[in-house]
Design a protein around this ligand. Structure first.
Ligand SMILES: [Zn+2]
Length: 97
């Protein structure tokens, strides 16, 4: 039996079809969304993963982050990180164009 509490914290465009999906977070700071009205694509991202960063960046938050939660990202020195591959852009024009 799950007693997990999920809180809706914002919205994010579905990476597959662009539909705006509600993003929820659970007590372990795992983000979840399901593209209910679009392609039915579910997504989740555990805290600390790249996926979590990506969703966090794209997410439109319902309320701004409290300052205490804005943990400073470690600055990587002497490492020219290659630009992350852009998310696939949905070329399909139609419902959500
Ligand atoms: Zn979708």
């Amino acid at each position: 039996m799950s007693t997990e509490i999920k809180k809706r914290i914002g919205t994010v465009p579905c990476p597959l079809c662009g539909t705006i999906c509600a993003v929820k977070v659970n007590q372990r700071n795992t983000l979840n969304y399901v593209c209910h009205t679009g392609c039915d694509n579910p997504g989740w991202a555990k805290a600390g993963t790249r996926a979590h960063e990506i969703i966090s960046e794209r997410m439109t938050r319902l309320e701004p982050l409290p300052k205490q939660q804005a943990a400073p990202a470690p600055v990587l020195k002497q490492q020219a990180a290659p630009a992350p591959a852009p998310a696939p852009v949905v070329k399909k024009m139609g419902f959500f164009a």
